[in-house]
Write a protein that binds this ligand. Structure first.
Ligand code: NAP
Length: 328
């Protein structure tokens, strides 16, 4: 089969399209013919091996998993003898960070618990754009941020892979949502349901006197003390990403700030799991959430897709389309 392979950490130049052996499913595994995958900034970080601590997960000197890629959607081609939840022909999607990556390939073999049935109303490309980014947003808002109907929720970085889901998921919980993005993304943010938009090139939301019950920081940077000031007295700040300084402040200062006063501040790390994939499937099938896809690239152009994502200005998701019988 064709796959994107890398054997040493580095820029997207280390990614090569190669012919490798097609996997065979073990007893508990499902062999999937991948139709589409998605590139996240996390994939770029894993392939670079930077910042260094990522290597404690991905391999100290060289990558443990030679085929990168987390988010994918495809069709089940074969199942192991102990598989009970899937059968050949099923359309599935999943986040492969729980089982050794491998989404940038024609096939992958994964434990059945890593995947769920694909939302019936989505194309493979749309479904591949969901598994990690949507679940980060879901867990940040629901589990860490304790979102409630009627709350004022602000999403910083609302136009990216995580932010476009966060806006829609927050709306589905009945929140009043403010999306923070740049000028060119204001209309898109409104179109996915934001009640209010703030153009960060014109206005600093931490300085305008407004207070929010929940702030999800998906991108950008503000000092943690500014985020804290923009919260209501019992408010929650959840950092999912953004600038390195934002991440480290959330990790180190968040727990200390939470001890003094009634505001709760901190980061979250996504915990991929099947229940949340199914939760997202239901929201997607109900039409409450729609993936926003910016660009599509063929498998052979994964390095170009990485370069684009690395620039940090994607509007929603960047998808890889895998050829089927010579056709895209
Ligand atoms: N915690 C976890 O477990 C977890 C899991 C997955 C991802 N993440 C992290 O979550 C973060 C977001 O991921 P993503 O996939 O959404 O990234 P992304 O798609 O690459 O984000 C790009 C978007 O961010 C916007 N942006 C850039 N600078 C901004 C600023 N100063 N203020 C507001 N928006 C800004 C860009 O729009 P403009 O350029 O037009 O502003 C663009 O639409 C990343 O740091 C990622 O590493 C964390």
């Amino acid at each position: 089969m064709k796959a994107i392979v890398y054997t040493k950490y580095g820029s997207p130049d280390v990614l090569q399209l190669k012919e490798v052996e097609k996997p065979t499913p073990k007893d508990n595994e499902v062999l999937i013919k991948i139709h589409a995958a998605a590139v996240t900034i996390g994939d770029v970080i894993v392939v670079k091996g930077e910042p260094f601590p990522v290597r404690f997960w991905s391999g100290l000197l060289e990558p443990n998993n030679k085929i990168p890629g987390k988010e994918m959607a495809g069709r089940v081609e074969a199942v192991g003898t102990n598989v009970t939840q899937f059968q050949p022909g099923d359309e599935v999607f999943g986040d492969l960070s729980v089982c050794g990556l491998g989404a940038f390939a024609e096939y992958v073999s994964v434990p059945e618990n890593a995947i769920a049935l694909k939302p019936a109303n989505l194309t493979f490309e749309e479904a591949a754009a969901v598994p990690e980014s949507a679940v980060v947003a879901l867990q940040g808002l629901r589990d860490k941020g304790k979102i409630q109907p009627g709350q004022k929720v602000l999403i910083n970085g609302a136009s990216g892979g995580v932010g476009t889901y966060a806006v829609q998921i927050a709306k589905s919980f009945g929140a009043d949502v403010t999306a923070v993005c740049s000028t060119r993304n204001l209309d898109m943010a409104r179109s996915i349901g934001a009640d209010h938009v703030i153009d960060y090139t014109q206005e600093d939301f931490t300085q305008n006197g407004q207070r929010y019950d929940l702030i999800l920081a998906a991108n950008g940077y503000h000092p943690l003390s500014d985020y804290r000031r923009a919260l209501t007295p019992e408010g929650f700040y959840v950092g999912t990403g953004g600038a390195m300084a934002q991440t480290f402040q959330g990790m180190l200062l968040g727990p200390i700030m939470s001890m003094t006063g009634s505001k709760t501040m901190g980061n979250m790390l996504v915990k991929p799991n099947k229940n949340d994939l199914v939760f997202m499937k239901e929201l997607l099938e109900a039409g409450k959430v729609v993936p926003v896809i910016d660009r599509r690239y063929p498998l052979s152009e994964v390095p170009e897709a990485f370069r684009y994502v690395e620039e940090g200005h994607a509007q929603g998701k960047v998808v890889i389309t895998v050829e089927q019988n010579g056709k895209i």
